[in-house]
Design a protein around this ligand. Structure first.
Ligand SMILES: Nc1ncnc2c1ncn2[C@@H]1O[C@H](COP(=O)(O)OP(=O)(O)OP(=O)(O)O)[C@@H](O)[C@H]1O
Ligand SMILES: [Mg+2]
Length: 226
């Protein structure tokens, strides 16, 4: 069974008199353990599609199933539960809380989980270890490099042990080498923990690491090389 199945998924934005068809009739099956890149020019719908798959945006039409369960008819609260329990998010601009340390940024993601202080600490340190940042646990974001900040953000996504991590251009603010290292960490987590990763990128080198590349153009999936 696919972990995500989108059928004829579409998202329109109404801007006064004009309607923007950001995603048009996308069919996409994502299998367990996949490591998928979304590629395509600026404005092709990558962010919109990630936001639909991440239950952040509500589709205008079409269906979206997660683990065989239709999510398009769920309430806002139910969608929030899915985001919290099943999904992790990584952003282009890291989105860490500046006044918190790396440890606290990751711990913050566990706020709603009922865990003992020891369990919580162990989970946070385990996630920081996964991204090679145990030594930087007490550093605040401004005391970390861009690559280290993004690794904190990956640890924060990982600490709830989600089935799927969605990452919108996670390497766009990093130099090529650093971006490649961040992707390698994501790939290792995918292989070891079987976490599904779906990430968007403009970088052809990053696409090479992906198990599958889905190309978008004008809101539609197109064949590679089109
Ligand atoms: N909130 C919004 N309101 C109106 N239009 C939007 C909104 N979000 C996206 N769009 C439009 O939808 C289309 C797809 O945008 P999207 O951000 O998904 O593209 P993208 O592939 O992520 O681009 P980029 O590579 O620049 O990040 C664009 O035409 C964009 O202007
Ligand atoms: Mg985008």
């Amino acid at each position: 069974m696919p972990i995500i199945e989108a059928r004829n998924l579409a998202k329109d934005y109404n801007l006064g008199k004009t309607v923007i068809h950001a995603v048009k009739g996308v069919d996409l099956r994502i299998e367990p353990e996949e490591f998928i890149a979304l590629a395509g020019p600026s404005g092709s719908g990558k962010t919109t599609l990630l936001n639909l798959l991440g239950c952040i945006e509500v589709p205008s039409s079409g269906t979206l199933q997660m683990d065989g369960r239709e999510v398009t008819r769920l309430s806002a609260d139910q969608l929030a539960d899915i985001r919290h329990d099943k999904l992790g998010f990584v952003f282009q601009t890291f989105n860490l809380i500046p006044v918190l340390t790396a440890f606290e940024n990751v711990e913050y993601a566990l706020l709603k989980r009922r865990l003992s202080p020891k369990e919580r600490r162990d989970r946070v340190m385990d996630a920081l270890e996964e991204v090679g940042l145990v030594e930087h646990a007490r550093h605040r974001p401004e005391e970390l490099s861009g690559g280290q900040r993004q690794r904190v953000a990956i640890a924060r996504a990982l600490v709830r042990q989600p089935e799927i991590i969605l990452a919108d251009e996670p390497t766009a603010n990093l130099d090529h080498l650093t971006g490649g290292k961040v992707l390698e960490i994501m790939k290792r987590i995918n292989e070891e923990r079987k976490t599904v990763f779906i990430f968007s990128t403009h970088d052809p080198k990053i696409m090479e690491i992906a198990g599958r590349v889905v190309y978008l153009r004008d809101g539609e999936i197109v064949p590679a090389g089109d």
